[in-house]
Design a protein around this ligand. Structure first.
Ligand code: AMP
Length: 287
């Protein structure tokens, strides 16, 4: 599974990434962490980034893209990864697309943690307090002044990624104001709904059926983010299947993703779940 966690500073990306790492056994790739390590080690990249980071600026795109390009080639990232803090600009996102394409890797989803800006300062202050209490050094950029700058950067340079990934049908939005456990549960629920989760410990056939069932019960948030045209396209499907959920768009991508993600033995189950969609396609074709 390859994911991006998107959200402003203090939205909980790091916390949620760690929880996903724990649950799914994939690695967290945080450019912020890697840059802080480079600063601490005094490497050339660290020397270049130190001042920029302390002032709440963004390290040049080519630097972070280079770091990520090298990192995803490492063996522990083969099984999957969660990008935390990258991409942060549209050029970084475009570079990532290129990178993944070259390596024949697919991005499963971009999870946006949506939070009220007014809560962020309190969260970052709390983070600084907890760090201090552990006897660790507080981040130089976790101050109200620098946070204000980082938020402004987020709005102008990173927020356009919401549109970027929404257009590419990758965006899933989660309410990041909920309690940590609820946010985690919701992320796992929607990842299950789009078929991004590996059927790790489950019996393959059972696992293959799961996403479809889940989606028909409760629409995945992805639908809210789907472009208008896609929602329109989903309408006849909704009419044709009695009691079906709004999540037809997501369901389609679920089936696609499920097919790609599941082993051959699991595809039988997924095929069965596909039948209604086939009928719908026929109906649509008649029209
Ligand atoms: P973070 O730990 O993600 O909040 O990142 C801390 C700081 O590292 C940011 O304020 C930036 O200065 C720098 N940084 C981290 N990731 C990136 C990135 N993808 N692009 C540019 N600068 C970054």
């Amino acid at each position: 599974m390859r994911l991006i966690l998107l959200g402003p500073p203090g939205s909980g990306k790091g916390t949620q990434a760690q929880r996903l790492v724990h649950k799914h056994g994939i690695v967290q790739l945080s450019t912020g962490e890697m840059l802080r390590a480079a600063v601490a080690a005094g490497t050339p990249i660290g020397l270049q980034a130190k001042e920029i980071m302390a002032n709440g600026g963004l390290v040049p795109d080519e630097v972070v893209v280079g770091i990520i390009a090298d990192r995803i080639d490492e063996s522990d990232a083969k099984k999957g990864f969660i990008l935390d803090g990258f991409p942060r600009t549209v050029p970084q996102a475009a570079a990532l697309d290129e990178l993944l394409k070259k390596k024949h890797l697919k991005l499963d989803a971009v999870v946006e943690l949506r939070v009220n800006e007014s809560a962020l300062l309190a969260r970052v202050e709390k983070r600084a307090e907890e760090t201090r209490a552990r006897g660790e050094e507080v981040r130089l950029d976790d101050t109200p002044e620098v946070l204000t700058k980082r938020l402004a950067q987020y709005r102008s340079l990173t927020e356009p990624l919401i549109h970027y990934y929404s257009e590419r049908r990758k965006l899933l939005t989660v309410d990041g104001m909920m309690a940590i456990e609820h946010v985690t549960r919701e992320i796992n629920r929607i990842l299950g709904a789009i078929g991004a989760l590996e059927p790790k410990d489950e019996e393959p056939a059972k696992a293959a059926k799961k996403p479809a069932r889940k989606v028909s019960k409760k629409p995945a948030k992805a639908v809210e983010k789907a472009p208008k045209a896609a929602k329109k396209a989903a309408k006849p499907a909704r009419k044709a299947t009695k009691g079906a959920s709004k999540a037809k768009v997501a369901k389609k991508s679920v089936k696609k993703a499920a097919k790609a993600a599941k082993p051959a033995s699991a595809r039988k189950g997924a095929k069965a779940a596909k039948k209604p969609a086939k009928k719908l396609t026929k109906k649509r074709a008649k029209r």
